[in-house]
Write a protein that binds this ligand. Structure first.
Ligand SMILES: [Zn+2]
Ligand SMILES: [Zn+2]
Length: 130
C-alpha cells in the first residue's frame, strides 16, 4: 500500500478502534476500573492527555497498527499516522488548540455520553453532542 494511503488507513483505523474501546470504557464497571481517572479534570490541558489507567493508554491507541498487520502497508505511512494521532490527541485536550482541532473531545469531558472519537466517527454512529 502506498505511503499516503497507509497514512489515511491508519488514521481511520485508529479513530474506529478508539471509538469502540472508548464506548466500552463507558460501560459502568469498566468506567469505574479503567476510565474515571481521565475525567478528574473537566477542563483538561495537553498535560492531562495521558492521565489515564495504564491499560487504557496501552489499548486505546492500538488501532493505528491494524493496517500494518492486515495489509502490506507502508511503515512510513503508519509511523506518520501514529505521530499525527499522538499530536492530535494532545491538541484535543487543550482549549488553546481549539482553533486547530475544534472542541469535539473537550466537550466529551463535560458531556461523557457523546463525542467518543473523531467527529466523523461520532457522526456515523450518532453520538455527536447536541
Ligand atoms: Zn480526554
Ligand atoms: Zn470517555
Amino acid at each position: 500500500m502506498q505511503t499516503f494511503a497507509t497514512f489515511l488507513a491508519c488514521i481511520v483505523s485508529y479513530d474506529a478502534w478508539f471509538y469502540l474501546v472508548h464506548r466500552l470504557l463507558h460501560v459502568p464497571c469498566l468506567y469505574r476500573r479503567f476510565h474515571y481517572q481521565h475525567y478528574q479534570k473537566r477542563h483538561p490541558t495537553w498535560q492531562d492527555t495521558m492521565t489515564a489507567h495504564a491499560a487504557e493508554n496501552a489499548v486505546s491507541g492500538l488501532g493505528v497498527l491494524w493496517p500494518m498487520f492486515l495489509t502490506n502497508a507502508s511503515m512510513h505511512g503508519c509511523l506518520a499516522a501514529w505521530l499525527f494521532c499522538f499530536a492530535r490527541g494532545f491538541s484535543r485536550h487543550d482549549a488553546r488548540c481549539a482553533w486547530l482541532v475544534g472542541t469535539h473531545h473537550l466537550m466529551h469531558h463535560t458531556q461523557p455520553d457523546a463525542n467518543f472519537s473523531a467527529i466523523y466517527v461520532d457522526w456515523i454512529c450518532g453520538t455527536v453532542a447536541r
